[in-house]
Design a protein around this ligand. Sequence first.
Ligand code: RAM
Length: 384
Amino acid sequence: MKRGVMVVRLMMVLALAMVAAGTIGFGSARVVHAQDNTSCAGEPIGGGAAASPAAGSPEAMASPQTTTDPTMAASPAGGGDLDIAFLPKDVVNNYFVTAAGGAEEAAEELGGQFQQVGPQEANAAEQVTYIQTLTQQGVAAIVVSANDPNALAPALQQAMDQGIKVVSYDSDVAPEARQVFVNQANAEQIGRIEVQIMGRLLNCEGEIAILSAASTATNQNTWIEFMRDELSKPGYENMELVEVRYGDDDPTKSLDEAVGLLTAFPDLRGIISPTTVGIAAAAQALEQEGRAGDVQLTGLGTPNQMREYVERGTVQEFALWNPADLGYLAYYTAAALVSGQITGAEGDTFEAGRLGSYTVGTGGEVLLGPPFIFTAENIDEFNF
Ligand code: RAM
């Protein structure tokens, strides 16, 4: 390991230990105490045991771990057969560009091929066309993040009928239209943690709104269900969800919708945006409308897109996972399917290079790890 990398990792371990010890709190503009790790419903923020800091830590996210030999990974079929295509919601979104970087890294390790294709805007109909083209090309596997779980299903099933392996990642398709779903983090935890953070920022009081991605996006819709459920718990009586709007992962539309929320609800105290595009646009809206600080914002964002807003105090905390690791794991999963090492059945296990060993769970799901909360104190440790 290079010396610089080691120093960075050591600093991250130290920061993690300080977080665990309560030396570093979450949130920046106000003094944060240990009890701030408890939600409005009196439960641990992040869901307790399942959100173990070790797995979501900067150290775990930051970089290659050298404990697992990548050559142990799936390659009995030979590199030439690993013709794996990624089809994200759109190819412009930084989140998917970062995920593609991880997939490329995996392809290099396995001697496979990688291509990323997809629409310029998050659009299910266009994704169908890409699936059909990839099917005609006879790729070995399609790895897809769905703008709509059902609209994509028939085309994916046709691909599967031709022997093409299908992996969904990030945003699932209907289960019968893929072998494995590589989930970035437990959906329930992702949904609840965002409401829990907002509760912490608002002291459990005030009107809130959600700015989502596409109205048909599988991942966001699942998270929003858990957000509603969290809000229904005793302790949240004074927090009211007044509206859910959709910015379609389009920066301009997301900005317009965020401004629209501020105008339509003058008493709004908080916005939750469970999309990296939406949260960045909402932060811009708060600053542009002079509402930063007055309206709290959290959700899911990338450190690089959110850094300036955190530095200016517009955003105090938000969550995510490492999209590069997600792409890396999705590629390894597809490779394991192509080589026949796994079929996608519950209990199948495989090695995913530097991330170690994974097991397919119920419903054909492979889980990357828990979400991680970014704050002013830790954001500079991340670069993605
Ligand atoms: C956007 C996309 C993606 C989602 C992230 C959090 O980049 O909607 O699907 O997982 O946000």
